[in-house]
Design a binder for this molecule. Structure first.
Ligand SMILES: Nc1ncnc2c1ncn2[C@@H]1O[C@H](COP(=O)(O)OP(=O)(O)OP(=O)(O)O)[C@@H](O)[C@H]1O
Ligand SMILES: [Mg+2]
Length: 621
């Protein structure tokens, strides 16, 4: 693997510079560059903070007052040296007591204010991060299937963990540092100039090399931190992908190769981390050099002036104290810049994700389905001049016209890659056609309200995914308000009741826990029961019985004869036994229908289906 040739550009929020996760062309994680629209990052930050404007203002006010209390310290020292000590020598201890009380009060007030600030700031941070993580989840979930085919779950995880975390660091530590630094710069500059114009000028002059240093560091840090965050993301992606595919990894003995790949990525991350630390170290050394030079100059010149009587000793002491204080947080400013860089990069990636729009959008003017024409739940399906191509690759459906009358059970057969699943996914509206329309009882799927679409079309696929939870909960996904009776009835109808009853806790067995492990075929039965419970107008079965044994499939088929009664059904299957329950058979090749008729008609002819059927018969004999 080659190192990335382009670096991730990190821009400050609001800077108009399109960027995203740019990797070099040799990077295996190429291909998911999400361009962040200009201004999106700043807009995201604004929208996160807008609801808490008042609280942010209050929190800032607390810090403003706290800093004022802190910066009073050296002034009291100056007063003590120049006034209170001479007065004490003259047996007047009032000023000295005033200084002591003043110091104590400042400490108490600043402590109390800091306490309030920490709590107030933490609350604001919590709410911002809660909001952001919720937005990422909701948005990612709402994005269409084709987005998730490109953007791996590893990336999503890294968005909602590492990236949110780096924003947390910025908000909880970095931002406080920055405000403290800025405030103390302002306070101290004003106080120093007020105490003594000359000494103040020395301090202000030292800001020039400091500014140059900070600017240089910022540029370098942007580069190394961008690289570091990209390197971290690739580590997570590799990790998640490997663990998601642990079965093929085992089956093909990929462990050693994966270890080697992972070691490379891990080392890359470590290297970028080292680079970042090095930059940080250079910055700290540089800023200390500037600070100490300034202090030395001030002491030299101040001592000279104290000697010739044009400066009071207390003022010099206070000025030196202030200058030290001024440079104290400068190290931490570096920390802030770091967390700022990573947070800016992270926020930009998050903004890029949140700027994605679903390719299957919700309707702006949703329509409901017309009332059912008969007592049966089925509805008419019409593919009207549909053309479709996946994002990658050529056209899968060239121009497709098809009418499925309400209540018809249609079997779709055809060779692998013919476009059967694509047809099913268009009907379930996982994708929208590039041209033409898919209509359900005359209403374009794109216009249907979400609940109507959900009740209209349900698809059961080969994968039959089960969520963590009990078997009953998994079935109830089909209709959340279903009672236990409804659930059991659906399971019985499909022939799943027996195996569910034999599980350790029956319907209450947790499917992900020990003892709750259920086989691929059993998963399909649960998925069937779920679909049945949903009671859709159109039921699509895409290889939905592929993992069942022959008796199991027979049982499901018998059940389906009643289940599909009056429903419009599309059954896709390679095993022709499934076709027997169909009213009509479509043979699909390369995105087109090449044969269309009842099973008996097609068998009697000499086409593809007759051949397939004969071969299948022979295989049974
Ligand atoms: N997500 C996708 N992105 C890009 N191309 C795809 C995608 N899914 C399928 N294709 C392509 O579309 C064509 C049709 O695929 P489809 O899954 O519809 O075939 P199928 O008839 O269901 O095949 P099978 O019998 O193997 O399930 C194939 O050439 C396939 O490579
Ligand atoms: Mg398929």
């Amino acid at each position: 693997m080659t190192a990335p040739t382009t670096t991730t550009t990190t821009t400050a929020p609001g800077k108009k510079q399109p960027a995203g996760e740019s990797h070099g062309s040799g990077d295996p994680f190429d291909g998911d560059v999400l361009p962040t629209p200009p201004g999106a990052t700043a807009a995201l930050l604004r929208s996160l903070l807008a609801p808490m404007r008042a609280r942010v203002a209050f929190t800032s006010l607390l810090l403003l007052l706290q800093q004022a209390a802190v910066q009073a310290g050296p002034l009291l020292v100056a007063y003590a040296i120049d006034r209170a000590v001479p007065a004490f020598r003259d047996h007047d201890n009032g000023p000295l007591i005033a200084v002591a009380v003043g110091c104590l009060l400042c400490a108490l007030i600043s402590g109390a204010l800091q306490y309030g600030f920490i709590i107030a700031a933490a609350r604001v941070n919590q709410d911002v991060l809660l909001d952001l993580r919720g937005r990422i989840f909701r948005h990612a979930q709402a994005l269409s299937v084709d987005f998730h085919e490109r953007y791996t779950s590893g990336r999503l995880i890294s968005r909602s963990t590492t990236d949110v975390e780096s924003l947390r660091e910025l908000l909880s530590e970095g931002l406080q540092e920055l405000i403290t630094v800025v405030l103390s710069f302002v306070y101290i500059s004003v106080l120093l100039l007020w105490l003594d114009l000359g000494l103040g000028a020395v301090a202000v002059a030292s800001f020039v090399p400091l500014y140059l240093l900070v600017r240089m560091y910022r540029q370098r840090a942007a580069r190394v931190y961008g690289k570091r965050s990209t390197a971290m993301a690739t580590v997570i992606v590799k990790f998640v992908e490997t663990m998601n595919g642990i079965r093929p990894v085992r089956a093909f003995r990929r462990e050693a190769a994966n270890d080697a790949d992972f070691a490379v990525l891990n080392q890359r991350h470590e290297r970028t981390n080292g680079d970042a630390l090095l930059e940080m170290a250079r910055y700290v050394v540089g800023s200390r050099l500037v600070a100490n030079t300034a202090v030395a100059l001030m002491v030299l010149w101040g001592a000279y002036r104290v000697a010739d009587g044009s400066l009071e000793l207390g003022v010099l002491a206070a000025a030196v104290l202030y200058l030290r204080r001024l440079y104290d947080p400068i190290d931490r400013l570096g920390m802030f810049l770091n967390s700022y860089q990573s947070a800016a990069a992270s926020l930009e990636k998050i903004a890029g994700l949140l700027a994605q729009t679903p390719s299957v959008p919700e309707p702006s003017a949703p329509r409901e389905l017309p009332p059912l024409a008969s007592e049966f739940p089925g509805r008419e399906v019409l593919f009207d001049g549909v053309r479709f191509a996946y994002r990658t690759g050529g056209e899968v459906l060239p121009r497709f016209d098809l009418t499925l009358p309400a209540g018809q059970t249609v079997a779709v057969v055809g060779s692998t890659g013919a476009g059967k699943s694509t047809l099913a996914k268009l009907l379930a509206r996982f994708y929208d056609p590039s041209a033409g329309r898919v209509l359900l009882d005359g209403v374009d799927l794109r216009e249907l309200t979400v609940p109507e679409l959900r009740r209209g079309v349900v698809m059961v696929t080969q994968e039959a995914f089960l969520f963590s939870g009990t078997v009953a909960e998994n079935i109830a996904i089909g209709r959340p308000d279903a009672t236990r009776d409804d659930i059991e009835r659906a399971a019985k109808a499909i022939g799943a009741h027996e195996f569910i009853s034999s599980l350790p806790d029956g319907y209450d067995t947790d499917v992900r826990k020990r003892g709750g492990r259920i086989s691929a075929g059993q998963r399909q039965l649960v998925a069937f029961a779920r679909a049945l419970l949903a009671d859709p107008a159109v039921l699509i079965l895409d290889e939905a019985t592929s993992s069942l044994d022959i008796p199991g499939e027979r049982a499901v088929q018998r059940a389906m004869a009643t289940v599909l009664q009056g429903r419009t059904a599309v059954v896709i299957a390679h095993r022709l036994s499934t076709v027997e329950i169909a009213d009509r058979v479509l043979v699909m090749e390369q995105g087109r229908i090449v044969e269309d008729g009842t099973p008996a008609e097609l068998i009697a002819e000499t086409g593809r289906f007759a051949d397939l059927h004969r071969a299948w018969r022979d295989s049974l004999a």
